[in-house]
Ligand binder design. Structure first.
Ligand code: PMP
Length: 358
């Protein structure tokens, strides 16, 4: 554990560009009330697997609400986004399945591939030809193409429409992890799959976390009814895991209500990401909340992150094994609720620190 989280008041003075609280909802009063009300109604813990005692009406309502919001048919709540990825990939694959996976996919998808026991082909980042070749040339009957929709380290986007076309042509299923997409991309934060017109397609499965834009904790798989039933019966990370805590369910439902009412939060986060990128002299226009400032070796990146902290701005610092050697970086995450004053301060700090390190 690199950093001990202190009570809120002690780090109030720090401007946070390191968390995944993209829409500023984790401390929103309505979201906090949602958690408290759920605890009062259902208790502090969910008390068991959702198949035994850990299920509530609230879990099922959240599933319906999030499915309706993103344009999917149905949803299934997991205890984390990590567990959702493990469940979706392992339950939909076996030894007669090929899984094709982008090299920069999140660790939870990587682990899901390993646990699946299916043959996995890792392809270069966003390499559509390699994806098509692997899927076309397979001997296995079934195939999955798995990807982050918004990649977690760089914040760039998967070419989802082209990937889906490849899946259609090769009879494969697309599994896309919207951890960094929901709340940021799509109409009012409905996600990149919605933006690409792919949500609700029968051969598209969406996974996501409730712990980033929705400011809570937990995970979800969005798919059709048949896949949902199959996951309930076979996904080990669903069956053998305690159901999501009521507080997290209540908070996520409240966050979704706020986002529906205030869709401008999704546009604000992208506007703020652009301001951060400009301040850090990053030439690519950010496509998500994540702005990646590659500095090279790990020591340089750590020193820059410490300098930012000393000047009152908390930034993420990604080093190997999270990113390849020589590409250590600051990872800045924009938030919808940054004030103009905070952005001005950040611009000053980034210019000063990066000027020293470049
Ligand atoms: N997928 C991606 C792309 C992520 O960035 C994360 C969280 N870092 C996860 C899955 C895991 O989600 P959770 O933290 O809810 O387990």
């Amino acid at each position: 554990m690199q950093r001990v989280l202190r009570p809120r008041h002690e780090h109030d003075a720090m401007i946070d560009l390191a968390s995944n609280d993209y829409l500023g909802l984790s401390r929103h009063p309505e979201v906090i009330d949602g958690a408290i009300e759920a605890v009062r109604a259902w208790g502090a813990g969910s008390t068991g697997s959702r198949l035994v005692t850990g299920d509530t009406d609230a879990h099922q309502q959240l599933e319906q609400e999030l499915a309706a919001f993103t344009g999917a048919a149905t949803g299934l709540v997991f205890a984390t986004g990590y567990a959702a990825n493990l469940g979706a990939v392992t339950a939909l694959s076996d030894r007669d399945t090929l899984v094709v996976s982008d090299r920069t996919n999140h660790a939870s998808l990587v682990d899901a591939c390993r646990l699946s026991r299916a043959r996995t082909e890792i392809v270069a980042h966003r390499d559509l030809d390699a994806m098509r070749d692997a899927l076309e040339e397979r001997d296995e009957e079934r195939a999955l193409l798995v990807t982050d929709s918004v990649f977690s380290a760089d914040g760039d986007l998967a070419p989802l429409r082209a990937m889906h076309a490849i899946c259609r042509a090769t009879d494969a299923v697309l599994i896309a992890d919207e951890a960094h997409g929901v709340g940021v991309r799509g109409d009012g934060g409905r996600g990149l799959l919605q933006e690409c017109g792919l949500a609700g397609e029968p051969d598209v499965i969406i996974t996501l976390t409730l712990s980033k834009a929705l400011g809570s904790q937990g995970g979800m798989v969005l798919a059709d009814e048949k896949v949902r039933d199959h996951l309930i019966n076979t996904a080990r990370s669903f069956i053998f895991d305690t159901g999501l805590a009521p507080a997290s369910v209540g908070a996520a439902r409240a966050a979704l209500r706020v986002l529906r009412r205030e869709p401008e939060r999704a546009t604000a986060v992208l506007d703020h990401a652009r301001a951060l990128a400009a301040a850090a002299d990053v030439t690519e226009i950010p496509e998500s909340a994540v702005v990646s400032v590659v500095l090279g070796d790990a020591a340089t990146a750590v020193a820059a992150a410490e300098r930012c902290a000393a000047l009152g701005v908390r930034v993420g610092c990604f080093r190997p094994p999270s990113v390849p050697a020589g590409t250590s970086r600051l990872r800045l995450t924009a938030r919808a609720d940054l004030t103009t004053h905070e952005i001005d301060t950040v611009v000053e700090v980034l210019r000063a620190v990066l000027g020293e390190n470049r």
